[in-house]
Design a protein around this ligand. Structure first.
Ligand code: DHB
Ligand code: FE
Length: 283
């Protein structure tokens, strides 16, 4: 198979992300929002659009181009990609106002539930010829009083050495570089995987075309995604980045935080090691 056949298209990744959102748990979707709140929030969003049109004297031709672009985003299934890159970080900022312990970050569009459960010391599922620098990721999960949380779960997923996610890009086995690690009775874990590469928003779809049209760049720094959870504790949705990583200071999704950057140490044979301790607050 050629590289081109492996390359995920925007349409492929976008459609998969939309399908995954539809299939996902819907109990986190707000229902029965009172009319006063709908009016206040949607009214503010529309007022922002109106202000931008007045301030920049948007023409009819530009308005129609925007309408076409919105139609294309929907038809390409790219709303999860677009919203998670350009909007989710602010929703996360608001949620973070009431959160103690480890800092959170955006979930993004590529989470898949029900991955393989793995013991505290484990290899993340990978292809026999998985490319990339080997990474040993160790640490401990504790509560806000400093007590280890036995059996805490780390639901971990990340891109491969080309920046592609299993379940969304073609040609990658199901469950690759995904797993739920169960920490030991001291809350400790040691995960063997590879260091992912930076992620690029697919450039061939409407989101990519907008980025090009605006002269922005489409990159996110390399990152690990994690949900860290334990009974009786508030689940943390976060991402960890790598010190010195490209795009760390200009993440298109604005989802980095200084507290979420891993220090890397050599681990022999060209491998790297990173340690990180998670702190969960009571639910
Ligand atoms: C998107 C992709 C990611 O891998 C991520 O972590 C956040 C957002 C996106 O394409 O929307
Ligand atoms: Fe990601």
């Amino acid at each position: 198979m050629t590289t081109a056949e492996h390359s995920p298209t925007a349409a492929g990744s976008g459609a998969s992300a939309t399908e995954s959102f539809r299939a996902g748990r819907r109990d986190h979707v707000a229902a029965d929002v009172p009319p006063e709140r709908v009016s206040a929030v949607v009214g503010a969003v529309l007022a922002g659009v109106h202000d931008a049109i007045r301030e920049h004297e948007v023409s009819y031709a530009e308005f129609q181009a925007a309408k076409q672009w919105l139609i294309d985003v929907g038809e390409g299934g790219e709303w999860p990609l677009f919203l998670d890159v350009f909007v989710e970080h602010v929703v996360e900022d608001v949620a973070a106002r009431s959160q103690q312990g480890t800092k959170g970050s955006i979930l993004g569009p590529y989470y898949l539930p029900d991955q393989r459960k793995l013991p505290a010391v484990a290899d993340l599922p990978a292809r026999p010829d998985e490319q990339g620098t080997p990474l040993v990721f160790t640490g401990q999960v504790r509560d806000t009083s400093g007590n280890p949380i036995a059996g805490a779960e780390l639901d971990l997923w990340h891109a491969d050495s080309e920046g592609y996610y299993s379940g969304f890009a073609p040609g990658i086995p199901e469950g690759n570089l995904r797993g739920v690690i169960v920490a030991d009775n001291q809350g400790r874990f040691q995960i063997h995987t590879i260091k992912p590469s930076p992620y690029q928003i697919p450039t061939d779809g409407p989101t990519g075309k907008l980025i090009t049209a605006a002269g922005w760049h489409p990159w996110r720094p390399a990152h690990l995604h994690l949900l860290v959870r334990a009974p009786g504790h508030r689940t943390i949705t976060t991402q960890l980045y790598f010190e010195g990583g490209e795009w760390l200071d200009s993440d298109v999704a604005e989802a980095t935080k200084p507290e979420l950057v891993l220090d890397l140490r050599p681990h022999g044979d060209g491998a790297l090691r990173a340690d990180y301790d998670f702190v969960l607050e009571p639910a």
